[in-house]
Design a protein around this ligand. Structure first.
Ligand code: ADP
Ligand code: MG
Length: 254
């Protein structure tokens, strides 16, 4: 495994006339937690989506675990992986969405077994054993046979995290994992993410939870207007921000 897990260099991305990423650089080291903060519309989700190859970059490059997944040079020369390679890469990049995205017609256990069996060709029995172990890890052993709609939002999000882990990802991306939850359910999801951090899981977490960022992040990245305005250890970015835009954001957030 490489020392650097995710590297984003000079990435630009537009949707029609709207330039959403304006030259983003980001380095995520293996085993570290990067928390991305920033106002709505600053490009946080789009950045995550380029890392997962759900969006192609217009310019710049993105690599994961030393493997280039997208590149476009200044003269527009395009390099990108073949579709099959993209799918292979994507199975190793876990993505946890704001609204859980569980398969509603499958049980909790089946939600965790589906992708390892179909995408990684794991034997079903082995995938089920792994799934039960992961459910235990997120405190939901007793929910294996439940359907997602029978669970609280916090429980559904913990299932979604276990499902992402079932693919043994190299890196886990979280896009506002607690934003859709009632306040009393936020803590149980953040606790699972904290456990993963302690276990050395490489993660990029987009969130508005400043306390969580302070506690868990190795690096805090503040984005605004499609650029990284400031980044560094939590004590620097959160407690002594250098940039006025970071200060303005933080003063409104707490
Ligand atoms: P954030 O996650 O920081 O709120 P996003 O990356 O979701 O920001 O979006 C940044 C901007 O890009 C927003 O103005 C949004 O409306 C726009 N945008 C995002 N995705 C698309 C898309 N597929 N098509 C058009 N505009 C988009
Ligand atoms: Mg977003």
């Amino acid at each position: 495994m490489n020392d650097v897990m995710v590297e984003v260099r000079g990435v630009h991305k537009s949707f029609g006339p709207l330039e959403v990423l304006r030259g983003v650089d980001l380095t995520v080291r293996t085993g570290e937690v990067t928390v991305i903060l920033g106002p709505s519309g600053s490009g946080k989700s789009t950045l995550l989506r380029t890392i997962n190859h759900l969006e192609k970059v217009d310019r710049g490059r993105v690599s994961v675990d030393g493997e280039l997944i997208g590149y476009r040079g200044a003269r527009g020369r395009l390099y990108e992986l073949k579709e099959k390679e993209v799918l292979r890469q994507r199975t190793r990049i876990g993505f946890v969405f704001q609204d859980f995205n569980l398969f509603p017609h499958l049980t909790v256990l089946e939600n965790l077994v589906e992708a390892p069996v179909s995408a990684l060709r794991r034997p079903r029995r082995e995938a089920e054993a792994t799934a039960r172990r992961l459910l235990e890890r997120v405190g939901l052993s007793d929910k294996a046979d439940a359907r997602p709609r029978q669970l609280s939002g916090g429980q559904q999000q913990r299932v979604a995290i276990a499902r992402a882990l079932a693919l043994e990802p190299k890196v886990l991306l979280f896009d506002e994992p607690t934003s859709a939850l009632d306040p009393e359910l936020v803590g149980e999801v953040l606790d699972v993410i904290k456990d993963l951090a302690r276990a050395g899981t490489t993660m990029i977490v987009v969130t508005h939870e400043i306390g969580f960022a302070r506690e868990v992040a190795d690096t805090v990245v503040f984005m605004d207007g499609g650029t990284v305005v400031e980044q560094g250890p939590p004590a620097a970015v959160l407690d002594a921000p250098a940039h006025p835009r970071t200060r303005a954001f933080l003063s409104k957030a707490v």
